[in-house]
Ligand binder design. Structure first.
Ligand code: SF4
Ligand code: SF4
Length: 188
């Protein structure tokens, strides 16, 4: 009886081995999907979702297109976002006079405070990359970065100001080639 049991066990073990080898063989023949970081750079980032980043404006790509509405912060289930709005600039004496006149006429003075945020605080250590903030942004001012190389020694290294990050990216942006001098023309 014991010999039959042993035989069954051996057949079962061999079957498990064959199944395992089949899976290994299948993936062994497929193209490699991982890289030996840091010796090789990650090339395909199409589907990668890194930390959040602010999208720049149309006129100035290093100024966020964010309008400080706070919808992303409200929608975030992990409380990762704090939007700090800009304070209204101190009016000049002329502006103060114009404001007083408008008030006297019962007109509502125009708010000239820039809409982009003073600071956009983001805690990547809490973010689940769910994308709810992006879905709730009315102006498409947020996206996932392609930064695969983010590393740090403490939680503080993953808490940053996205406005500052966008401005800092200006320093690393490729500089535009200076325009070639116009060819000299000689008049007859
Ligand atoms: S991706 Fe999700 S968790 Fe991360 S900041 Fe946006 S809403 Fe919050
Ligand atoms: S990122 Fe979008 S949702 Fe968030 S404050 Fe700016 S404009 Fe509003």
């Amino acid at each position: 009886m014991n010999a039959i049991k042993e035989a069954f066990k051996t057949v079962s073990d061999l079957w498990s081995l064959m199944v395992g080898l089949k899976v290994t063989g299948k993936y062994f023949l497929e193209p490699q999907r991982t890289v030996r970081y840091p010796w090789k750079a990650v090339a395909n980032l199409d589907t990668f979702k890194g930390h959040l980043e602010l999208v720049g404006g149309v006129k100035d790509i290093f100024t966020p297109r964010c309008i400080s509405c706070g919808m992303c912060a409200l929608a975030c289930p992990s409380n990762c976002i704090t939007v700090v709005k800009r304070k209204a600039p101190k009016p000049t004496p002329e502006e103060e006079k114009a404001l007083a006149e408008a008030k006297a006429k019962g007109e509502k003075p125009k708010d000239k405070t820039p809409k982009d945020p003073e600071r956009f605080l983001y805690d990547y250590s809490l973010c689940s990359l769910c994308g709810t903030c992006m879905e709730n942004c009315p102006v498409g001012a947020l996206r996932f970065s392609k930064n695969v190389y983010m590393a740090g020694y403490s939680r503080n290294d993953f808490q940053f100001d996205l406005v500052l990050k966008l401005r800092e990216s200006e320093a690393h942006a490729p500089k535009a080639e200076p325009a070639a001098p116009a060819a000299e023309t000689s008049e007859a």
